[in-house]
Structure formats: structure tokens, C-alpha cells
Design a protein around this ligand. Sequence first.
Ligand SMILES: Cc1ncc(COP(=O)(O)O)c(C=O)c1O
Length: 624
Amino acid sequence: MESVKMAQMACPFLARTPVSALRQMSVSSANSASMSACPHALPAHSTPVAASAGGVMASVRQAAAAASLLESKSNRVAASTSTSALFKAAQSCPVFGHALAVQSVRRLGARQFHSATMAHTASIASTSTEQDMGRVPPRPFDAVPKPHSKPASASKKAAGAAKGVTEEPAPGGFNYDDFFKEQLERKHKDKSYRYFNNINRLAQLYPMAHTGTGEHVTVWCSNDYLGMSKHPEVVDAMKSTIDKYGAGAGGTRNIAGNAQLHLSLERELASLHNKDAALVFSSCFVANDATLSTLASKMPGCVLFSDSSNHASMIQGIRNSRAQKHVFKHNNLEHLESLLKQYDLSTPKIIAFESVYSMSGYIGHIKEIAALAKKYNAITFLDEVHAVGMYGETGAGVAEYIDGMDEMDIITGTLGKAYGVVGGYIAASASLIDMVRSYAPGFIFTTSLPPAVMSGALTAVRHLKTSPVERAGQQLHTRMLKSTLSDLGIPVVPNPSHIVPVLVGDAETAKSVSDELLHRFKIYVQSINYPTVAVGEERLRITPTPGHGPELMDGLVGALKTIWTERGLKTEADWMREGGKAGVGVVGGEMDQLVRAEDLKDMMDRAYPYALDTLSGKQAVKSA
Ligand SMILES: Cc1ncc(COP(=O)(O)O)c(C=O)c1O
């Protein structure tokens, strides 16, 4: 208990906690129970010291030395229940958790990562961590409060602003708070409640992030597929645009928010997809919703045909249009045709589908759907959100790669995934774009994206139009990971794209594996549960990037192997014995990668002579 005494000396909360309570806390396996007994679990603003920022900072300085001792002891003696429980308790304390975060950042500063940027990095990481920790009380990753976990009066007090809906209703009145809690309880019951991890991706330490407690983890599930969010050209463009034009756009596109950068980006996107025009929205969710709802509600008698695996944004747009709709079985051309043929050529029709389905990694049948659209006089709406920047000679997407872009009428994409910024867009004929621009409330009645976002996105699109570096690194790492996991029997859902879904098959286990990866191995991979995937097909969705080289990959593979062995999770062979699930263990279920080996080799030849230092590609190429 040496470290407990040190901790008591440094931390005003621990000092007030009797040693017997600390001892009990340190041996309790029910972490949540010990937390609730511990004064540190109180929100920061309800504690006297944390009420003053100066007080917090002074205490943090005092606590830092003891935190260092506690942390290093906890790391060394990982098996010691008492030390690690105490460490967890300290992490949840606003003062001690902060001190541990600072220590963690300092320790990282000593580690070799990207040597050229190390000094700069440590100071950035440390500063942002301190700011974040000052504002947000650290808490365990999974400490999202469950409904009814505290008496109503206590939670009201803790919230500090419990007014309105949380007050008892007048007799006979609708009880809003009970209604919200009941809805949440349903989510907990069917395991679809979503836990949001606090993950702060560090630009200088890509693909690392610090968590809410300041701990560093490797992110293996980001949609910043190519690391463009931290690309120096993108970041510099955004910084200089802010200096020139300020932070915000200042209005809607119609009123003061339509700048040259918006127009330049739209021209660039139109040219990327070889269309007359493009229109930028605040996100592709908004783009999909606004475009489908506007077109289908305006065209008289319009009928929509939607792939059953379509993203929520398209479903929302289709619903909002109130037009007649048919949902065809995923990637099933016969089903689609059987529905299309029910209508005259004179009926306006839209077929909505995706190029890369993000949770399975499957690819839509672009050319075949184009042929059906032609036959039945429909227009096509292709969501290339997970493909733009990633496929094709200029990064225009899967349609470009398979030479089917010109057969698509509307292509939608995001600026927030491979392009690393935020925003969404559509590209199509001039008249269609002008129609959406003129009628879609989701485009018209909202503040336009800031000029800096436009210039960051423009820079990323232009960069990826000509650079094969990022795509080559991403493709290579995807192949390496898929084949390594498959060799070990870890069940990867077979697919032709850059997504690596690892089948777990149960919601609770998927979440708990994700938690174990985070807590024990410092690896962040989000679990994907119902309703995003079908019940029984729950998975981990892994997205390698050019920055996930062999060293990081070894770490991930080793962690998965350990977890699969220790927990006895189902391997590919196990799934096969059960007849297969989600394509895993299905005889003949293997799939080739969309990007042909010769095209990857060509990209690598062009990319790596000048990319060796910026990516981890050098080692990757050697070991390929
Ligand atoms: C297929 C698909 N379409 C559209 C969107 C929405 O894109 P954005 O993030 O730009 O709103 C997503 C988001 O994940 C998506 O997966």
C-alpha cells in the first residue's frame, strides 16, 4: 500500500478517503461498485477543489509525482489486482486522472515514434490533453451512465441544471423523463445502445489518439482512410484560409455564404466525376437525404428502388420524399429487375445504391444496375461515400475504377472520410444540380461550410487526384491484414474492398472484445452491433490506413489472437462447421480484391520511390 499513501498525500480526495475504504476499493473486482463508493467518482464541478481551475492545476502538479509512481507500478505489476484497481480509481479522479494523463504524455515523448516531429508532437499532445482534461472530467471508457443508475434526486443534483422535462409532471401530465428512460432501456435490452468512446486522434502521432484519460491508443477503425485529415498540405491550406477568411462562412449559400472556394470545390468535384456540375452540402447524410427527398417528391409519381443494405441517409431521404418505394434484396439484380418491370417507361424511377457497403465491404453491381436503368428508363443514384479518394486513377471511386462512371446519373460522396475533412456532395447533370440547388431545403436553409473546410477539401481532392501514395499504402496494408488474420483462422468477412470486418456473432461479446482491446492492448476498434448489422452478425470493423505498417499490425494481430484463444471465440473453421455466417466459413465464399494485383503493383512502383519516409510503406513493401 506504499502507493496508496503517496496517492493520499497528493490527492485531496484520496486523503479524505479512509484507508480501509481504499483497501476495499483496491481489491474489489466490481469496479463500478467501488467507484460509486469513492468520492472521486463525483463530477468535477461538484467537488470543492475542482470548482476552481487554479486549484485543479495546483493539485495536478502536486499529484504528478505520485501519479508517475502509481502508473509505473501499475504498468509493471499488471497482474496485481490491488494496484490496477487503484490505478483505475485514480483515473476516474478529476485531479489524479489529469496527473496520470500528463505523465502518460510525458512518457510518450520519450518514445521513438516519428523522430522528426517528436518534440513538436509532445508539446501539442500535452497541451491538448491538458485543455481537454481541464474541461472534461476523466472517466472510464465505459462509464456511460445507465438509466436509473442513481436515485432521481441525486442525478438531478449532479446535473446541476435539472429543469423542465426532468421535473415531476402535473397529475395526469405526460412524463417526458420516464418516456426517455424507457426508450433508452429498450436499447439496453436489445443491446443496440451505443457507447461513444472519447477518442482524440493526434495529428502528429497518426494513427494514435489519446482517450478521455489521456492514455494513448492506436486507432484501427477510423474512416480517415488515407490519413488526409493530418496531411500537411491540407492542414496548411486550412490554416492559411482561416487567416484570410476567418472561421465561419457567415451565412447560407444564398445569403453571404457563397464564396469562391465553394465554387472552386464544386467545379473540382464535377470534373472528378466527369459531370457537368456538383453541389456541396454540410455532410453526405444531408446530401443524400436532400437529393432523394427533393427529386422523388417533385417528380410526379416517382418510384424509388433502394438496395436493402443502403445507408440511413438514403433511407431517410426516401422516407422524406413520401414517394412509393421498393427495397430490393442486397445486390440482387433479379429482384431489382422484377420490381422495375412493373412500371411503364413513362414512370420516373430512381435506383439508389452504394459502391462500397461500409459494414460488409461488399461492392455494388454498378455496370449491371446501369444496364437495368437504361432498359427501364430509370436514373441511378450511386453513393460512393466509402470509395471516393480510394479507388480509380484519380480517386473518383469504384465507378471510375471499373470504367462505369459515365453510366451513373448522380454520384454522391463525402469530404469527411478519405478526404479527411467534412462535408458531402452530389455530382450530376447541370439541370439536375440546379434543380436540387433551387428546391432542396437541406441545401438552401442552412449555413454553408466554412471557407477553411472548402480549401482543406479542395486540397485533399486535388492531392488524391494525382497521388497514388496513399491509395497504394492503404491497399497494401489491407491485403496484409486480411491474409494474416485468415492464416490464423480469425474470421474475416470476405469482401473485395478496403474494409476488414471480423465476425464475432454476438452483441455483448463484440462490445466486450472491443473494450478489452482498448483497455488491455491500447487498440481502438469499435464493435458494430444491431441495427447496423443483423443480429448474430455483430463484428469488429477494422480499417487499415497507410499509417498502419507492419509493427502496428503485429500488435493488432497479436491482441486478436490472444483474445480469440483466451475466450475460445469462434474461428473460421468453427463457423464453417455451423454452415457459415455472413460469408465466413462458406464454401466458395472467398473473394478477390477489387483492385487487381497488377494495378496495385503499378501504384506501388509510382508511389514508393518518393513515399518511403512519409508512410510506413518501406517496411511494408519489403515484407510484401
Ligand atoms: C454509405 C454512406 N453514405 C452516406 C454517409 C454520410 O456521410 P457523411 O459522414 O458525410 O454525412 C455515410 C456515413 O458514414 C455512409 O456510410
